[in-house]
Design a protein around this ligand. Structure first.
Ligand code: ZN
Length: 94
């Protein structure tokens, strides 16, 4: 049986040690609105464009999945700030 390694700090997780599995799924949202800004859009042309993308790339556009193993310490760090937002400073008003 191979030991797990923390994806964040590379610590080896010994058999029987506590660890966490982290799954991140990123899927394109759809609010039901299709934006057709111009009636000049040639749908068959758009379709050809989409068809020419490699399928893998197209799938990555709409759905990505990540799997990580975290040691307890890294799990705490991750959960404290999952989006890795800057801490301490209020978000600047852009
Ligand atoms: Zn770790």
């Amino acid at each position: 049986m191979s030991s797990q390694v923390c994806s964040r700090c590379s610590r080896i997780i010994q058999p029987g040690d506590l660890f966490y599995s982290l799954s991140i799924k990123v899927a394109a949202g759809f609010d039901g609105v299709i934006n057709i800004k111009s009636d000049k859009i040639d749908l068959s042309e758009e379709f050809e464009k989409v068809k020419s993308y490699p399928e893998e790339l197209l799938n990555e556009e709409v759905y990505r999945e990540f799997e990580f193993v975290l040691c307890p310490r890294c799990k705490e760090i991750y959960c404290a700030n999952p989006l890795n937002l800057p801490l301490g400073n209020p978000a600047p008003d852009a």
